[in-house]
Design a protein around this ligand. Structure first.
Ligand code: ADP
Ligand code: MG
Length: 399
């Protein structure tokens, strides 16, 4: 086994780090690589296996679970296999969350309730599923639900007069993994039902893990007694710092079969914000387009650059933002771009109007105001703008 890893290292010194996390079973004639997720299996098959062909043994790749005969079924609902602890990159800003989640999956009930919160794309959902995956392989019963699915299930069972079944279903698990609980805000009846389930699970010392984009006290329109239950356990904020981002970027470059050299690393680091989801999207695109040698940047006016950056964030082309449209997604991007032309580049409304396809200045004014207002009332939107603003400032050389 040591020989095989040594061989992998000689072929691809980056891949060996990931290989160390795989289970490897070697016989005189073949090597069986068992990967934690399908994503890794594909990666080994697509990028690595060919380079290992001259090891002289048949190389087989299976995803965990595939190699086992089907055993007794454990209760497992809503849990996605692709999110595992093994493919979660750990750094200082998510280490605590990672460690506690690991503990909770091995010993459900040890820290209950556990409440994780943080901005979008930081791996909260990933960790919830990882808990579910690990716990169910150890025979624990687990359910994963988005809070609004929980709510929909509840309403459906109410209508069908099956609310008892609903309660029982959720109260008979070892782990309840509830995602995006900020969506419980204002849903009174759902809150009442969740409270019941909560009490019943806590009584039995079962594990509850809750995830939200903000601290329980900031969710709003949430009953006092639910808030007090949410804050009664451990609350951990999850973030993303520069160093962790760097490890993630390297890891994802390897995973997508791209070179892990300074040029690629810097390119991704500079063009993405603090969201792993954004990093993944960016690297996927990079895989298709390659690095754009943007020599034209210096000649390009700042406003054109801003336009193309905002467009790229929304997976659009810069020209899309200049055309007349009623498509919501395009309009949203367009309004945001106009807003930043005003706030970051201090362009006048007539100038903005001209830039976005010969609009008059009142349209530019209207768009900018609309974004300003939405920013005040909508936290998710505010977070998006903060992130964009940070990226734009950096790319436009405004910091
Ligand atoms: P959140 O729920 O916090 O908005 P997700 O868990 O959905 O974020 O993560 C977004 C994407 O980024 C997912 O594909 C996830 O696998 C990936 N991801 C997030 N954090 C990490 C990490 N630390 N290591 C590896 N992948 C990560
Ligand atoms: Mg999520």
């Amino acid at each position: 086994m040591r020989d095989f890893l040594f061989f992998v290292e000689s072929r691809d010194r980056f891949a060996v780090g990931l290989f160390r996390q795989f289970r490897i079973e070697e016989t005189p004639s073949r090597v069986l690589i068992i990967t934690p997720t399908l994503e890794y299996k594909r990666w080994v098959l697509e990028y690595i296996r060919a380079r290992l062909a001259d090891y002289g043994k048949e190389i087989m790749v299976k995803v965990k679970g595939e190699e086992k005969p089907a055993g007794e079924e454990v209760l497992r609902e809503g849990i996605q296999e692709k999110y595992q602890f093994e493919n979660f990159v750990v750094g200082s800003s998510n280490e605590l969350a990672y460690r506690v989640c690991l503990e909770v999956s091995a010993n459900p009930g040890s820290y209950s309730p556990l409440f994780l919160y943080g901005g979008v794309g930081l791996g909260k959902t990933h960790l919830l599923h990882a808990i579910g995956n690990r716990a169910t392989t150890m025979g624990y019963r687990a359910i994963y639900r988005q809070a609004n699915e929980f709510s929909e299930d509840m309403i459906k069972s109410l209508k069908q007069g099956r609310v008892e079944d609903f309660r029982r279903n959720f109260s008979e698990v070892d782990l309840l993994l509830l995602d995006d609980v900020q969506f419980l805000s204002g849903k009174e009846r759902t809150q009442i039902e969740l409270f019941r389930v909560f009490e019943s699970l806590q009584r039995k010392e079962k594990q509850i893990v809750l995830v939200s984009d903000r601290h329980p006290k900031e969710i709003g329109d949430l009953s006092e007694r639910l808030i007090s239950r949410f804050v009664s356990g451990i609350i951990i904020e999850i973030g993303l710092d520069e160093e962790t981002k760097l490890s993630i970027v390297k890891n994802k470059l390897i995973l997508f079969g791209l070179p892990v050299d300074r040029k690629y690393i810097d390119y991704v680091m500079e063009n993405t914000g603090y969201s792993v989801r954004e990093i993944e999207g960016f690297i996927k695109t990079l895989k298709l387009t390659g690095i754009r040698e943007d020599k034209s940047t210096e000649g390009t006016k700042k406003e054109e650059l801003l336009l193309s950056l905002v467009a790229r964030h929304f997976n659009l082309k810069p020209e899309d933002l200049k055309r007349d449209t009623k498509e919501r997604k395009v309009l949203k991007a367009k309004h945001i771009a106009m807003y930043f032309c005003k706030t970051l580049l201090r362009m006048s409304y007539p100038e903005i109007g001209r830039l976005f396809g010969k609009l008059d200045h009142t349209s530019a004014l209207y768009a900018t105001k609309k974004v300003e207002e939405k920013r005040l009332g909508d936290r998710k939107f505010e977070y998006l703008l903060q992130m964009l603003e940070k990226n734009l400032k950096r790319s436009l050389g405004l910091v």
